[in-house]
Design a protein around this ligand. Structure first.
Ligand code: FEO
Length: 172
């Protein structure tokens, strides 16, 4: 039986992960409209990963006897004026998500809920990777994105991203 506060925080995190998927799909919409199909593809894959995160947390709650409840997913409302802006917004968003996961972990630790801490270990590691990826994209864009050739090469690189379902993620 999970502590109510922890199960509420996890339930809320499902919404945040679905919002992340929605947000990144909106970034993909922007890049598709700009003709940068590689960037759009990269964020489509990212959106799929975020949806997976939501599913994992939902499954964890169900497996632990919690009735999951959904709230409305917020509308992505960012307006972009430059190709760098979604990348910077993505990096800031991942830092925010890390803070949310850290808060749940902190609460689980305070409640001696070792099962949830173990479940969240995967997310802690994943957030580290996602922050690194997001930061790398910002840096590469600043270095190479200002001329057509560099932007073309970056677009090609991002087009190669392959979606891999998170089968190794936690299902406790
Ligand atoms: Fe599911 Fe990018 O955090």
């Amino acid at each position: 039986m999970l502590n109510k506060k922890i199960s509420d925080m996890l339930n809320d995190q499902i919404n945040k992960e679905l919002y992340s998927a929605y947000l990144y799909l909106d970034f993909a919409n922007y890049y598709a409209d700009e003709g940068l199909d590689g960037f759009a593809h990269w964020y489509e894959v990212q959106a799929q990963e975020e949806r997976d995160h939501a599913f994992m947390i939902r499954r964890y709650l169900i497996n632990n006897g919690v009735r999951v409840h959904f709230e409305a997913v917020a509308k992505p409302d960012k307006v972009f004026h430059a190709h760098l802006e979604p990348l910077e917004a993505g990096y800031a968003h991942e830092q925010y998500v890390t803070s949310l996961i850290t808060d749940i972990y902190h609460e689980a630790s305070a409640q001696k809920d070792y099962r949830t801490m173990q479940f969240l270990d995967w997310f802690i590691k994943e957030q580290g990777e996602e922050e690194t990826n997001a930061d790398d994209m910002v840096k590469k864009m600043k270095l190479f994105g200002h001329d057509a050739k560099g932007l073309y090469a970056l677009n090609q690189e991002l087009a190669a991203r392959v979606y891999a379902p998170s089968t190794t993620g936690p299902a406790m």
